[in-house]
Design a protein around this ligand. Structure first.
Ligand SMILES: [Zn+2]
Ligand SMILES: [Zn+2]
Length: 272
C-alpha cells in the first residue's frame, strides 16, 4: 500500500502545499481521503487521476477538506463518461455533493450539449456513514470511528486494511477513543496536526481558536505510542514548516514516540 500526501496544507494559503488530502494506492485500488484545494493537480503528480478512484472518503465538511471535491467530481465524470463515483462521508455529505453538482449545472448542460458521448451528468453515489460502520472498496476493508473536532459534528476517521497492511487516516481531531481504535497497531497513522507551541505565539484570535480542536504534534506522538502504531505521518501542517524545520518537528514527536515519524512536502509517499 502506498500512502501519498497529496495535500499537506491547511486553510492557510500556501504556494507549495495543496489543501488537506491523502491518496491511498492499495494495489490497483485508488482511494482519496479528503479533497482540499489543488488535489487533482497533486493526484496527477502522484500518478493517479480522479477517473482511477475506487472511492472518496470524507472526514468532515470543513471547507479546507472538501473545497476541490467539485474538481474531483467533474474530472471523474468527464474521464469516465459517467461511471459511478462512490463518496463516503458523515451525514451532510449528500446535501453538500448535491449542492456542488447544482452549482455546476450550467457546465454540465454545456458539456452534454457539446459532446455526443455524454448523455447524463455526474454519477455520484454518496454513502453517508454513521461512525462504527465498516465496508469494502474492492479488496480494501475500511472501518470507521467518530473523532472529536467540535463544533464540527460528526467527524469520521478511517482504517484501511489491504493484504495485511493497515493505514489509519484521521482528519482534524483532538486525541480520542475513536482515533485510538483506528490507529491501534497501524503500519501508518496519518494525523492532521498543528504545532501548539508556535500557534500560541501568533497574534491572531482566529488562530488561537484552532488550538482547542486539533491534535498537536506532541499529542499525535503520544497517541501513536499509546496504540503501538509503527509510523506516525504528520500532515495539515500549521504553521507550515520549511524543509529545514522538519527535523525540529520530528524531534518533538520523538520525545514521545519511538517509531518512525514522517513529515514532508506534498507528494511524500509512504509505502507499507
Ligand atoms: Zn482542516
Ligand atoms: Zn477541520
Amino acid at each position: 500500500m502506498d500512502i501519498v500526501l497529496t495535500g499537506t496544507g491547511s486553510p492557510l494559503p500556501d504556494a507549495n502545499r495543496a489543501g488537506p488530502s491523502t491518496l491511498v494506492k492499495a494495489g490497483d485500488t485508488h482511494i482519496l481521503v479528503d479533497a482540499g484545494r489543488g488535489v487533482v493537480m497533486r493526484m496527477a503528480g502522484a500518478g493517479s487521476l480522479p477517473g482511477f478512484l475506487g472511492a472518496v472518503l470524507i472526514t468532515h465538511l470543513h471547507s479546507d477538506h472538501v473545497s476541490a471535491l467539485n474538481d474531483v467530481i467533474t474530472t471523474h465524470w468527464i474521464m469516465t463518461r459517467g461511471a459511478p463515483l462512490p463518496i463516503y462521508g458523515p451525514p451532510g455529505t449528500a446535501q453538500f455533493v448535491e449542492r456542488q453538482v447544482h452549482a455546476l449545472e450550467a457546465d454540465i448542460g454545456y458539456r452534454i450539449e457539446h459532446h455526443e458521448v455524454l448523455t447524463s451528468g455526474p454519477n455520484v453515489e454518496v454513502n453517508e456513514l454513521e461512525p462504527g460502520v465498516a465496508f469494502d472498496v474492492d479488496d480494501v476493508h475500511i472501518t470507521t470511528e467518530a473523532t472529536v473536532h467540535a463544533p464540527v459534528k460528526p467527524t469520521i476517521g478511517y482504517r484501511l486494511t489491504h493484504e495485511g497492511s493497515v493505514a489509519a487516516l484521521v482528519g482534524d481531531t483532538i486525541p480520542c477513543e475513536g482515533v485510538d481504535v483506528l490507529a491501534v497497531g497501524a503500519d501508518a497513522y496519518v494525523q492532521t496536526v498543528i504545532r501548539r507551541d508556535l500557534v500560541k505565539l501568533l497574534p491572531n484570535a482566529m488562530m488561537q481558536d484552532v488550538l482547542d480542536y486539533h491534535s498537536g504534534v506532541v499529542e499525535a506522538a503520544q497517541t501513536a505510542a499509546r496504540v503501538g502504531a509503527k509510523r506516525l505521518v504528520l500532515t495539515h501542517l500549521v504553521p507550515a514548516p520549511t524543509p529545514e524545520q522538519y527535523p525540529e518537528w520530528i524531534a518533538r514527536a520523538a520525545e514521545h514516540f519511538d517509531g518512525e515519524t514522517i513529515i514532508g512536502d506534498d507528494l511524500t509517499t509512504i509505502t507499507i
